[in-house]
Design a binder for this molecule. Structure first.
Ligand SMILES: NC(=O)c1ccc[n+]([C@@H]2O[C@H](COP(=O)([O-])OP(=O)(O)OC[C@H]3O[C@@H](n4cnc5c(N)ncnc54)[C@H](OP(=O)(O)O)[C@@H]3O)[C@@H](O)[C@H]2O)c1
Length: 246
């Protein structure tokens, strides 16, 4: 796969899990890596660790569900690097599963605000720069958002991820002409803090490959989709799940 020297990559939710692993991967491949998240201590720490390796990273605190913060974040990237080539819309939350009559309306709204509206807002403000660079977007969906997959009771989470998949389709179809490719990954069960205290063994039993995925295994697929090796791919919805959605 190509090296990303000279490319500017914006990764939301880069303070943990899949986003952090992807940021480290792109930085290792010489990209100018912008880390976006709310947790300043974690963001600064990861930025420093990447820089200590002689690689480029820049942390910008931002809540992706807040339009003004998103606008400021994008302006900040442009002031610093002058362009954006790659956007990984990865920030997301999976709030505790509850039957719908016990689910707080705030949890439902928060899931939509972060997972869906956040993806929309960051895409909205980054898109003009991607058009200039013939850049690309990778959205982070989930197998929970796939039409044929309805395991568990993650009502709000699954609904937001299904919407992210369809939002990706719409953008892919309409922005191809402008030179922007848009793809959506659907991770399965990946070992990150989002799993909370859920027992990994129970999940592993449901995976044909017999184990949970590691965030680095997702990062490599994101890098492939962002690379010129994927130059004829747009509108793809790609499970990265060890077969869990079969
Ligand atoms: N792990 C899995 O099994 C799995 C499977 C399918 C899909 N996914 C998706 O993968 C993405 C990353 O999840 P993960 O597993 O890596 O979980 P994680 O370790 O909990 O990371 C979630 C990231 O999202 C960020 N985030 C949450 N709310 C945000 C907000 N309002 N504004 C900005 N950043 C925000 C968090 O940063 P701050 O707290 O610093 O804001 C954190 O960096 C999510 O979209 C998730 O739905 C995960």
């Amino acid at each position: 796969m190509e090296n990303f020297r000279g490319k500017v990559v914006v990764i939301t939710g880069a303070t943990s899990g899949i986003g952090e692993a992807t940021a480290r991967y792109f930085a290792h491949e010489d990209a100018k890596t912008v880390l976006v998240g709310r947790n300043k201590d974690k963001g600064k720490k990861i930025e420093m660790e990447i820089r200590q390796q002689g690689q480029e990273a820049y942390f910008i605190p931002c809540d992706v569900s807040n339009e003004n913060e998103v606008k400021d974040m994008v302006n900040n990237v442009i002031d610093k690097y002058g362009k954006i080539d790659i956007l990984f819309n990865n920030a997301g939350v999976m709030l505790p599963s509850k039957e719908i009559e016990r689910m707080p309306v705030e949890d439902w709204k928060k899931s939509i605000d972060i997972n869906l509206t956040g993806t929309f807002l960051v895409s909205r403000y980054v898109k003009p720069y991607l058009v200039k660079e013939k850049g690309t977007i990778i959205n982070n969906g989930s197998i929970a958002g796939l039409q044929h997959y309805a395991a568990g009771r993650s009502y709000a989470y699954s609904a937001t991820k299904a919407a992210v998949i369809q939002f990706s389709h719409q953008m892919a179809k309409n922005y191809g002409e402008e030179g922007v490719r848009v793809n959506c990954i659907c991770p399965g069960i990946i070992q990150t803090p989002i799993l909370g205290d859920r027992d990994p063994k129970v999940y592993a039993e449901r995976v044909p490959l017999g184990r949970l995925g590691q965030p680095e295994e997702v990062a490599k697929v994101v890098a492939f989709l962002a690379s010129d090796d994927a130059s004829y791919l747009t509108g793809v919805v790609l499970p990265i799940d060890g077969g869990a959605s079969l």
